[in-house]
Design a protein around this ligand. Sequence first.
Ligand code: ADP
Ligand code: MG
Length: 329
Amino acid sequence: MTETILKVEKLKKWFPITRGLLRSLFSRRELYVRAVDEIDFEIKEREIFGLVGESGSGKTTTGRMLVRLIEPTSGKILYRGKDIVSMSDEEFKPLRKKLQMIFQDPYESLNPKMTVFDILAEPLRVQNVAHGDEIYERVCKILEDVELTPPQEFLQRYPHELSGGQRQRVATGRALILNPEFIVADEPVSMLDVSIRAEVLNLMLQLSETHGIAFLYITHDLALARHLCDTIAVMYLGKIMELASADSLIKEPLHPYTKALLAAVPVPDPTSKRAEVTIKGEIPSPVNPPSGCRFHTRCPQFIGEICKKETPSLVEIGSHHYVACHLYR
Ligand SMILES: Nc1ncnc2c1ncn2[C@@H]1O[C@H](COP(=O)(O)OP(=O)(O)O)[C@@H](O)[C@H]1O
Ligand SMILES: [Mg+2]
């Protein structure tokens, strides 16, 4: 049996709106952006878990909470059974090594004033796990792992002297250098040139295998998630709409939202049961999300009042195939 590394229970993040136009228009009541609204899932050792959805659905916020860059409004994040939300910084510090993140924008995520050597050495120093020559050796080794070779050619370079792909390799190295068990990769190739995306992704995949790392892989691209991930969760306006193995999610999509996302995927697959549907309109505001099922305002399979009134919960339909939709009650 593979063990669960991370379990999320009723995880929620509502950002209070404290200033700006919206606030002044509705200033009599508290307003929140309901970025993540009570989600549950778990990630096993070595699993690549894809979190998919349109922009604004709450993926980045979820990823950041899992590595403790954002504090949840409520809910639990159990890392090997221990809730990291309620830990003090002191208690969390040894776990920082185990939980790492690769950010979407390689141009913003590396400190422009630091050399590649210092960027990679910093986690070792902060965590006090290596000294002197050992730091140098570990930095060179990790540069080799991320295929920036020979390492000596990169050690003294600054981020502005690197291409986007090279920066994302450095960021990958920084995430790997403390031997983590779990990495959140937030659309790590979406800002890279299309021609180099595949090689950077393959490198990450290969490293996750050789190092035995579990991933939360965030992407808006269902076609990509299908190839990369073991499990996929589809998110919409802060909620998980469907969760299943990548295979069954793609071949037997249940939720009208998943079907619509799949219909928009360009690669045709004769074996999948694809519905001819498209999503109408824009994604509504998470400040004032639709009542009941959040997708009801755009749903091509809307069945009536119940969709407006009751929020469907995520229930298991097939084996390990979960869906939150009134069609399946
Ligand atoms: N720090 C913040 N303060 C207020 N609202 C935020 C903040 N971060 C994200 N949001 C809002 O939360 C929602 C979800 O954002 P995000 O998690 O970035 O979604 P995704 O990564 O799926 O595009 C969006 O409406 C976004 O504008
Ligand atoms: Mg995002």
